[in-house]
Design a protein around this ligand. Sequence first.
Ligand SMILES: [Fe+2]
Length: 133
Amino acid sequence: MKELLWDKTLSVDVLEIDQDHRRLLELFNRLGHATEEGEPQAYIEALMDELISCTAWHFQHEERLMEKYDYPGLDEHRAEHQELISSGKALQQQLQRSGAPLSAQEIEFLEHWLSAHIYGADMALGSHLAEVM
Ligand SMILES: [Fe+2]
């Protein structure tokens, strides 16, 4: 599988956000490896639960910073978070229902789910925060 490796291009220039993102990347990579290595379903589901709850917590963290530092794009960014959480939870439920490991396509979906938001909305947020914090 393609690992999501941390590098400077992923940095949004705000340390506390970067630290959260690194943790999410790590969980995604662990989930991908566990899937590839045919680890037990219960372990894969536990990793998926951790990824989703860590993401939900991280979104709250970002939203708190946006409120605190009057980010003009807050509503739009929050809406994107809500969409991501609901598509992530849908995949989590699908994993639990099917009792089968994630497919390569689902892993690819998660990879995009994670990286596209960081490269897009979070970069814009990072530039704002880096100026005002
Ligand atoms: Fe975000």
